[in-house]
Design a protein. Structure first.
Length: 198
């Protein structure tokens, strides 16, 4: 990523993404930097929650922006930059989840979940809620990447079903199936956990 120049003006909300995209397409590096400054933090937060770990977040965000800027001329609707970037980042997340799962299966990667829901919960969260979040985190680690991403986008991130489908790069019906399959696994494990806790 290009170094951010401090002499450039700050990005204001009055400059629309579409205008910044058009300027970036004309070779304006400040516009690229402005898009990065505007979207890097929210994308990093999304990636952290989807991965359940802070490991690889910088790489995923960097790769997403590099890919986006290299393919910027393919973006049909410049004002849709944020959603498009989100889809690119989610594709990168899917790859990382699959790579990690393989590495863990081979014993090459320890379980480090510093971005797990339990870890991201605030300090005021009661211990019983933390325990439930730990159970959810355990289920998420075992879900197929596509189910995990769809469920997280819908339940944790709060996206509408149509947005989940768009971000996950699948049909609405497929998004619904993935969420339902993940929820079924959640319900089965959580019900067992609750009964064991009685």
């Amino acid at each position: 990523m290009r170094a951010l120049r401090t002499a450039e003006p700050r990005v204001t909300p009055s400059i629309a993404d579409g205008d910044l995209v058009r300027r970036a397409l004309d070779g304006d590096r400040w516009a690229e930097d402005a898009l990065y400054r505007r979207h890097a933090r929210p994308i990093a937060g999304l990636v952290t929650r989807l991965l359940g770990s802070r490991q690889d977040v910088e790489d995923v965000v960097h790769d997403a922006f590099v890919h986006a800027f290299s393919k910027l001329d393919r973006l049909r609707e410049p004002d849709a930059f944020r959603g498009w970037l989100g889809r690119i980042a989610i594709t990168q997340v899917r790859r990382v989840i699959r790579r990690r799962r393989l590495a863990r299966t081979l014993g090459l990667l320890p379980h480090e979940d510093d971005g797990a829901l339990e870890q991201l919960a605030g300090k005021a969260v009661p211990p019983e809620v933390r325990a439930e979040l730990a159970v959810v985190d355990g289920i998420l680690r075992r879900l197929p990447a596509d189910q995990r991403i769809a469920w997280m986008l819908r339940v944790v991130e709060g996206h509408r079903l149509e947005d989940v489908a768009e971000l996950a790069g699948c049909s609405l019906a497929t998004a619904k199936r993935r969420i339902a399959a993940a929820q079924k696994r959640m319900d089965a494990v959580i019900d067992v956990s609750l009964e064991e806790g009685r």
